[in-house]
Write a protein that binds this ligand. Structure first.
Ligand SMILES: Cc1ncc(COP(=O)(O)O)c(C=O)c1O
Length: 421
């Protein structure tokens, strides 16, 4: 595929790109363009070219891309240019083109998500998106919510505050690390639903283990019982190849600085059009119709150069290709986990079935504290990971990115085996 074909593809999605990496990428893609995503996932030469698009710290191996995903060089340069441009134009930028640029980014984000402009807004992160949905409900004492022990702390904290403030009752399920099948998970949630349940929260990808949950089936089940579903998509957006409407959820929030590699401080909130009118905003906006999602999106003056960079991050993501990216990430996780899955002293806290995980997995060493494991990995082997110490999940979360090489994973596997001897 040549440069012109790429540029044409991007103009078709309304993007004028200045990414110099396109040239390099197009040349590397040409000889492998006939390969399926599954086969391309194993082509180290191709992915070495992708790696060349990043400025990496060669002092250590970064297997902690779950917190946030660094920008590739091109997006970083665009971002720096945007910071300078906004600073140069100062209030003139804010008073003339800021809103148009924000709306352009918002439309492109909605296109990527498969949602409409009217149901999608740019926020600062998942926390803002989901806490807005939680705190924005008309809660009554005794209303119940259902979520999992393994969900993210900030949302669980917000449900606790709703309990203290309005008497909302949390019904908490505990997810198995290795479920037998989808029904086992769906049943867990279904059993906690009562006539008082108003909202169910489910993580698309569980952040501590990387387990992918059968969200669509959970939404269908909850809707059959008249319960709305809010999806925590912090780790799934631009990681798994899907569109938000595929999930059949009512609310979805994610952080764009995770898998879309947008600069730090951007998120997405989707609210189904029929649910917008019932939410209260976090910060009050000027009077707008109840069903206008902009009513929920007032946050004051913001670092606008972040949202200004969203279109370039989307171009980069489209260039890699959502399916190619998912397959590579899946392959990398499979690559290292299969090398240690039989080890008697290692525990994999993530399902092995390909449909139940993607890039992220969690591994523990029997009898070893997860913080000690993370410290030894960094101090003795120069491998950066995060320790997880939660009920049923003691280990380190391992998150490769598209620039991770199998050579790096081999080094990680060797280190694990040495530590677990
Ligand atoms: C599942 C999940 N939800 C929400 C968040 C919060 O993301 P942010 O801090 O970007 O708001 C995270 C952060 O890692 C997460 O893993």
């Amino acid at each position: 595929m040549d440069k012109r074909t790429f540029i044409k593809q991007f103009s078709a999605i309304g993007v004028a790109t200045t990414l110099p990496f396109i040239d390099v990428w197009a040349r590397a893609f040409e000889p492998v363009s006939h390969l399926s995503s599954e086969l391309l996932a194993k082509n180290e030469d191709f992915w070495a070219t992708v790696r060349g698009g990043y400025v990496l710290n060669e002092d250590y191996i970064n297997l902690e891309n779950g917190y946030y995903c660094m920008m590739p060089r091109d997006t970083l340069n665009t971002y720096i240019r945007n910071v300078k441009e906004v600073n140069f134009l100062a209030s003139r930028y804010m008073r003339t083109v800021k809103d148009d640029n924000r709306n352009r980014a918002r439309q492109q984000l909605a296109d990527l998500a498969g949602t409409s402009f009217e149901e999608t807004v740019i926020t600062r992160n998942t926390t803002e998106s989901l806490d807005l949905v939680i705190s924005g409900q008309d809660w009554k004492a005794g209303d119940e919510v259902v979520y999992a022990e393994q969900d993210y702390g900030s949302m669980k904290d917000m449900f606790r505050v709703m309990g203290e403030r309005f008497g909302v009752v949390s019904k908490i399920v505990s997810l198995p690390n290795h479920p037998e099948n989808d029904d086992e998970i769906i049943e867990l949630y279904a059993r906690q639903i009562s006539g008082k349940t108003k909202l169910l929260m489910v993580s698309h990808i569980v952040n501590i283990t990387g387990q992918v949950l059968p969200v669509k089936k959970i939404c269908d089940m909850a809707h059959d019982k008249g319960v709305e579903v809010m999806v925590d998509g912090a780790h799934s957006f631009a990681h798994l190849d899907f569109k938000i409407p595929d999930l059949n959820c009512d609310y979805y929030g994610a952080s764009l600085h995770k898998w879309l590699s947008v600069p730090l401080g951007a998120g997405i909130l989707y609210v189904h059009k029929d649910k917008i009118h019932k939410l209260w905003p976090l910060f009050a906006e000027e009077e707008l119709p109840r069903d206008d999602i902009d009513r929920l999106n007032h946050t004051g003056t913001q670092p606008v150069h972040v949202e200004l960079t969203i279109p370039d991050a989307i171009v980069y993501h489209q260039l890699l290709g959502p399916e190619r990216k998912e397959q590579r990430l899946k392959y990398l996780k499979h690559y290292w986990t299969t090398k240690v899955s039989d080890h008697p002293n290692l525990i994999i806290n993530t399902p092995f079935e390909p449909e139940r995980s993607c890039a992220i997995a969690n591994v523990g060493v029997k009898g070893m504290n997860s913080n000690d494991l993370a410290n030894v990995l960094f101090d003795d082997h120069k491998i950066w990971v995060v320790a997880i110490d939660r009920p049923g999940v003691q280990g380190c979360r391992i998150t490769p990115n598209v620039f991770t090489s199998t050579e790096e994973l081999d080094a990680f596997v060797d280190a694990l085996k040495e530590i677990a001897m």
